[in-house]
Design a protein around this ligand. Sequence first.
Ligand code: DI6
Ligand code: FE
Length: 405
Amino acid sequence: MTSITLWRNARIATMDPSCPWGWIERGALMTRGAQLHWVGTEGHWPKDLLVSAEHDLQGALVTPGLIDAHTHLVYAGDRAAEFEQRLQGASYEDIAKAGGGIRSTVQATRAASPEALFSAAAQRARVLMAEGVTTLEIKSGYGLSAEHEGRCLAVARQLGRELPITVVTTSLGAHALPQEFTGRADDYIDAVCQWLPEQHAHGWVDAVDAFCDTIGFTPAQTRRVFETAKALGLPVKLHAEQLSNQEGAALAAAYGALSCDHLEYLSDSGIAAMRQAGTVAMLLPGAYYFLRDTHMPPVDALRRSGVPMAVATDHNPGSSPMLSLLLMLHMACTLFRLTPEEAWRGVTLHAARALGLKDRGLLQAGLRADFAVWDAEHPREMAYRFGHNPCRFTVWGGVMRTQST
Ligand code: DI6
Ligand code: FE
């Protein structure tokens, strides 16, 4: 029989949409194996069950495990020199057009061994986990060849097998044009579309993404990638309207995209299309901050339209070298004017939806037992402070995770 554990004497932000924060002032949880068996008020748990372990949380705060639903975690090298160049006046686009930017990370990534890629990515994942992250999306996109994209996806899958965290993988071959395809973007898209079935056959792909922008790919090229994904039955998402408006969000929504990400230049018609398709708006304040963008995503209009907003780190070496989802909570509030509750739903409930995961993102009986225990009275504190990590420990699939696991 699966054993039952009781976690009692907690303040719980379940994130259930039925009330603010899904708040339970004096709460308790029962886990049964990897699942939540019961969530409710202290003392009111079902009494007819044999409890094999009991933890008194002494009034600590419990939230769903955090979900970082947009990262580019697998890569080699860094771009600190490019950061310096930008401080001397070069723009992100100028550097990309001159063959630096993403391409320089591609060079370093191709030169690295799978072991080196794994160990660098595992180190990064552990930093995120220490702040309560229990589910992590990882994109490829720094290999840009059949061999190296495959290698990066395989490394991401390996992280999911070897670390106590759920890893969801996204194939982002259409991230940038590799050197060897200069002037032949359409040929490169042909190649990307050829790799996808093979990557899928290996079980490496949960979703397909592209970068639709002036320094990325055109809407017509993006559409071809989406057609291939659709034929394989894979969901899509898109880096859309980050640096300019290409009407990428409407295109992605037409393919039922899980999420459209960045969205600084999102138009009203893009919002309407996303709302109709049920596509999540993935806000990435780290990239906005690090590139010193001043064109804010249309948060008010998204809110008015009822488009769910998620928040993620976009961790990558070029535009968002941050490894703190708690910092993103703060920045979503200070830079994008989300309320602390909206920001929290963005890293839990709506982040799960952006990954197409229905078994997590809130604390409810029958869902996964993924939760974080905090030395805090209320989750708004984590949106308010930064540089402070009050995560006491995390439970992933019913099992207590410590720093060393
Ligand atoms: N948009 C971004 O912000 C990242 N990728 C993308 O399509 C940047 C990736 C990089 O600069 O390495
Ligand atoms: Fe990204």
